[in-house]
Write a protein that binds this ligand. Structure first.
Ligand SMILES: CC(=O)[C@@H](O)[C@H](O)COP(=O)(O)O
Length: 269
């Protein structure tokens, strides 16, 4: 055996959200697929263990006569993360979380998103703060979709949110990470997991989020609206893993000028 073959890469710690650990750092949504079969295949291929569900738009038992998403996304296999997509007020978001808790037998982990307007789907941060406070008081474990403002992210953490989820870019835009500097600052300040949520368009966007030190990425449209969603689900899985490894490896410093990669006065070994 050669010397290099014996080298073991250091083990990464698994993602820990509210005291539960996950091997995958990719979280996926369930909207916009052609059908439930495709949804199930894409999710399985992505390797995700946390699957978010828009309670107001997806049947998870509210309509017993309609196809139920939980038939293809088994809650015994996946952590179902109900989200409040479509809510524009704190009141609506809190009501939606309570409905999810009833439908899912007391499940208390939720993704809070309170939206500001239909054009940008940007988070309404004043309403988000109100809803987060109320939900935490009521015993929910709140993962929170938020703007990429480092001070607000810290405030949400201090309030007791179990994860902060700054947007990379507007939901469904596929524009990729618009403000790497802010995401980096949020990561540096945080003691809870930071997960980029929304705006990822392709695998390199996911890798960038992970290289910035994020603990994970949540995405939906980039997979569901790819020409081949199953292939893209696999690409995203690899990108998340590659981005994480690159972050742990530590990138070389950027330099303004060239330096030869085979220097003449280098040492032989
Ligand atoms: C599924 C979900 O929770 C969305 O609200 C989320 O923000 C994903 O955004 P993209 O569709 O841009 O990945």
């Amino acid at each position: 055996m050669t010397e290099t073959a014996q080298i073991q890469l250091p083990e990464d710690k698994p993602l820990d959200i509210a005291g539960r650990t996950y091997q995958s750092r990719l979280l996926v949504g369930t909207g916009q697929y052609h059908d439930l079969m495709e949804t199930g295949h894409a999710i399985e291929t992505s390797g995700a263990e946390i699957v978010t569900v828009a309670v107001r738009r997806t049947n998870i038992g509210q309509n017993p006569d309609e196809p139920n998403l939980l038939d293809v996304v088994n809650p015994d296999t996946y952590t179902i993360l109900p989200n409040t997509a479509g809510c524009y007020t704190a009141k609506d978001a809190v009501r939606t979380c309570k409905l999810a808790r009833e439908l899912l037998d007391g499940h208390d982990l939720v993704k809070l998103e309170v939206l500001g307007d239909q054009k940008t789907l940007y988070p309404n941060m004043p309403e988000t703060l109100v809803a987060a406070e109320e939900l935490i008081k009521d015993g929910f474990k709140v993962m929170v979709y938020c703007s990429d403002d480092p001070l607000l992210a810290l405030r949400l953490e201090e309030m007791g949110c179990v994860a902060v989820m700054p947007l990379g870019a507007p939901i469904g835009s596929g524009l990729g990470i618009q403000n790497r500097y802010n995401i980096r600052l949020i990561v540096e300040n945080a003691s809870v997991p930071v997960l980029v949520d929304a705006g990822v368009g392709t695998a390199s966007d996911a890798a960038i989020a992970m290289e910035l030190g994020c603990d994970g990425v949540l995405m939906n449209t980039a997979i569901a609206k790819a020409r081949d969603p199953i292939k893209m689900a696999h690409a995203m899985r690899l990108a998340i893993e590659a981005g994480r490894e690159a972050y742990l490896a530590g990138r070389m410093p950027k330099k303004l000028y060239a330096s030869a990669s085979s220097p003449i006065d280098g040492t032989f070994f």
